[in-house]
Ligand binder design. Sequence first.
Ligand code: ATP
Ligand code: MG
Length: 378
Amino acid sequence: MSAAREHAQIIMQALERAGYQAYLVGGCVRDLLLSRPVHDYDIATSASPEQVQSLFPRTVPTGLRHGTVTVLVEQEAYEVTTFRTEGRYEDHRRPETVKFVTDLEEDLARRDFTINAMALSSAGTLVDCFGGQSDLRDGIIRCVGNPERRFEEDALRMLRAIRFSAQLGFSVENKTLHAASVCAPLCAALSAERVRDEMEKTLCSPQPEKIGLMIDLGLLHHLNLKSHGDLSALAAVPPDRLSRWAMACLLLPSLDLTSLRLDRHTTQICTKAAHVSPALVDRISCKRAIADYGWETAELAGVLSGQADTFASIRQSGDCVTLSDLAVRGQDFPDLKGPEIFEQLRGLLYHVLEHPEDNQKDRLLAIRNPLPAGDSNF
Ligand code: ATP
Ligand code: MG
């Protein structure tokens, strides 16, 4: 048993000793049953937030209004949430109110999918009121209850359905899928950050091309993503976020990362890499891209254009590819002024990209004012 699982057991048993019910719930139960790595052990309890606070010496009032208290065990944090139902969803975003309840089944019924709506007691008893185990076995994402109603309550669930199907390699059950196509326009009301996070998890999953299913269903219509071509190239790049977002930019030209509120660095590097990558066809074009855009952007563009090995080989060669690798500096040209110096250095850099053997101070000073075409007797 992992240390985290043991901590969760300690918390659940303390709650039980005090006379309350306590269960592991949601994603951790799903992942334990699938023997997948567990990210967070979330605990649901019949104790009120105040009762949880008084029972443990170290707690943080993370979201008391929603019933969540974070309990600290050693250096690790565990969310303990009081059984609750959710009130009306005012704007398809989040529940206006939550109501604390004493019945576990009511808490499980508010959860999105059957595979996410199971609970596990400290003694190992599984509570599965909605057929989660059989859907796990069959590889099916199915809403708890009426899918249209569930999507009307929170439109994010439509994106989550596709995201889980991409992460787990599951299929989305027919009624759930149909309801998503009907309710798709409700996604326009979601915050950009929530949509972005689901898109990113899908892109970084083993089936990133399922972003195409989000588009086909109309879930990303408000982002101007209405159609797409072949997205199989997504899975061909490594599953890190920069590679996958950059490939998405290349394959989906109308994708605008700024509107998804991605951070500046990700937005800039991915957009540029997608723009640069078609030009990377050989070693020299890769070197030129490094000189023009810097290693990080050029290398990412190289990943997109299948030139990762070329970049590795350039790196290993130690060839001069940036101004700071050049064997001369601005002060080697005392007769030139600011912009002229820069132009001179860039001219020499472009020369050296094709003639690495010329990156020596005496040679570069001799060929200053780059050679007329065809004249390279060095
Ligand atoms: P992950 O591995 O991505 O963390 P997870 O299933 O733990 O997957 P979370 O977003 O951490 O997903 O949510 C924890 C649990 O809370 C879910 O398993 C589900 O039971 C419930 N849940 C989360 N978001 C929603 C939602 N929008 N609607 C209904 N239930 C939800
Ligand atoms: Mg989680």
